[in-house]
Design a protein around this ligand. Sequence first.
Ligand SMILES: C[S@@+](CC[C@H](N)C(=O)[O-])C[C@H]1O[C@@H](n2cnc3c(N)ncnc32)[C@H](O)[C@@H]1O
Length: 218
Amino acid sequence: MINLQRLRFQPDRRLAFLQGFLKYPHLVGSVIPSSRFLERRLIDSSGVENARVVVELGPGTGGTTRAIMQSMPREARLLAIEINPQFASLLNSESDPRLSVYHGSAENISEALAVNDLGAPDIVVSGIPFSTISSHLGRRIISKVWDSLAPGGRFVAYQFRDRVALIGRELLGNPQVEVEFLNVPPMRFYRWDKPLDKVKKINGRKYNTAQGEIASNF
Ligand SMILES: C[S@@+](CC[C@H](N)C(=O)[O-])C[C@H]1O[C@@H](n2cnc3c(N)ncnc32)[C@H](O)[C@@H]1O
């Protein structure tokens, strides 16, 4: 198991983050990684303590990733999807067997889950800077995330600006909003909960639980 205290202060990770920003400013969106207060808020608002499958979009150099691994159950799995090859290779050096790293874009979430033999996630968290990527790509990412989430699952996006909320509101409805002030700059958290499936299988037959009767057209 990794030593979280030791990793938190690794200056080379901070330097790697800054170098990532200088190379791809619109993708990284920040010169420093998230604070530990933000990591705490992310854990609290996502509910990873009870998850089976978690997906993290834009893990960067791994501060938020390690906070998630520390809080999720022993038997849970975490899939980290990172577009920057240097960040992805840093994440690959983590020794926790519950972590799988996919180098590629968040819009390929279904493929990333399939190649890692993972089912629908309960929780998807995102640090991707939606304000600096194109709206078209942002829309595609949000709809793919929503399609891949398990019924009853949760999508949490943390952002300096509100672009993700504007796109998300169009596609998913109004989010729950929280702000973490102990971060530079303060960070907003937007949360959408996917409704539970209205269709349930009982003794091999499918029931429409919303209407309380057997659906005949399955
Ligand atoms: C603001 S950093 C967040 C890093 C880390 N989660 C944190 O909070 O410190 C945004 C990250 O999203 C990644 N990213 C941007 N666009 C992406 C995409 N389409 N798919 C996957 N990762 C992406 C960037 O490379 C960067 O690592």
